[in-house]
Design a binder for this molecule. Structure first.
Ligand code: SAM
Ligand code: SF4
Length: 326
């Protein structure tokens, strides 16, 4: 088992398949030109499978594929198929734009739950955020996923002054459509123009939603990062994810593998362990992995705390989100 010094058991691995992406969301990528990692430096499909098996041997039973955009990788389908044969709950987080090409892969791999990112219900604002004109394609693909019976979670990064005025529209959407909308507090990463006053906290979100709706809390799992609610009579639900104002580090069970094969024990961890090189040279991987997890900081990578108001984004030493894998 992968246990740290605070007795947290880590059984949930998020694997980034690539730091490449067909979108350019400003809150995820640095504004200046970002150099994507060359193909040869990425974990190859067989290496991802071998590493995943080692993690499964250490107690991982849940894997999420992410990126960058996981579905831009040419061998994404083959990787999904290979990992689906492991004894894990497999899912992925995607911007949704290529989902229509993966229906057969999902069916064959038994994937029944997917997270799709969508920060606005307005086509123009979508283009402003992602710098791509793909709003209608993503909306169509959300419909397609619902049609094939997928459990669809929608990730919305809420940024004060940008899309906080759409919270009620998103909740209205859940009336007839069985989507599970997750409102996420805006987090600081290298070059993403984060400032404390752009964080719209979970309390502010609930307050805003209560202007129009009465809602009931839903029961949460032990490691659940989202506080979920339902408006009685709605087919979908909504939840709030309070990473900044009320971090959930004490029950964290997540670890991350970047696309270039570095293990991060926290989204905000500064230290990384190069497990890909270790795999390639035949080093003692289990020991390296266990040491990495044992050294996990108590909260937020040891870099800041929930009093984020005075935090400066460039004081948080980290990669950009696109290079970590969200
Ligand atoms: N390309 C895929 C997508 O967009 O869903 C997967 C990778 S993306 C990095 C994973 C998740 O991280 C997305 O839901 C995205 O909205 C979220 N994310 C990226 N930057 C963020 C930030 N600064 N604060 C909060 N969430 C962020
Ligand atoms: Fe790409 Fe996802 Fe980052 Fe947007 S949030 S730039 S879609 S990786």
């Amino acid at each position: 088992m992968l246990i740290d010094r605070y007795n947290r058991v880590h059984n949930y691995l998020r694997i980034s398949l690539t730091d490449n992406c067909n979108f350019r969301c400003f809150y995820c990528m640095p504004e200046e030109d970002y150099a994507f990692t060359p193909q040869a430096a990425l974990m190859q499909a067989d290496e991802i499978e071998r590493l995943a098996k080692i993690f499964v041997g250490l107690g991982v039973n849940k894997i999420r594929l992410t990126g960058g955009e996981p579905l831009v990788r040419k061998d994404a389908g083959a990787i999904i198929s290979a990992l689906s044969k492991l004894p894990v709950k497999l899912s992925l987080t995607t911007n949704g734009v290529r989902l229509h090409d993966f229906i057969d892969v999902f069916k064959e791999s038994g994937i029944n739950s997917i997270n799709i990112s969508l920060d606005t219900l307005q086509a123009e604002k979508f283009q402003m955020i992602t710098r791509r004109d793909s709003f209608h394609r993503v909306m169509d693909n959300i419909g397609l996923m619902l049609d094939i019976g997928m459990h669809v979670k929608i990730n919305v990064v809420v940024m004060a002054g940008l899309n906080d005025n759409e919270l009620l529209d998103f909740v209205a959407w859940t009336k007839e459509v069985p989507v599970h909308v997750r409102f996420i507090e805006f987090m600081p990463f290298a070059g993403n123009r984060w400032t404390g006053n752009k964080v719209f906290t979970w309390q502010q979100m609930l307050e805003r939603i209560s202007d129009r709706y009465s809602f009931l809390p839903l029961k949460a799992g032990v490691h659940e990062t989202a506080k979920a609610y339902i408006v009685p009579g709605h087919k979908g639900t909504f939840s709030v994810i309070s990473t900044m104002s009320a971090p959930f580090c004490s029950s964290c069970n997540r670890i991350r593998l970047t696309a270039d094969g570095k293990l991060k024990n926290c989204l905000f961890a500064q230290d990384e362990t190069d497990v890909l090189s270790a795999l390639r040279t035949g080093a003692d991987l289990e020991r390296l992995i266990k040491n990495n997890i044992a050294a996990k900081a108590m909260e937020l990578g040891g870099q800041f705390n929930k009093n984020f108001e005075t935090l400066k984004a460039d004081e948080v030493f980290n990669r950009s989100m696109i290079a970590i894998g969200g």
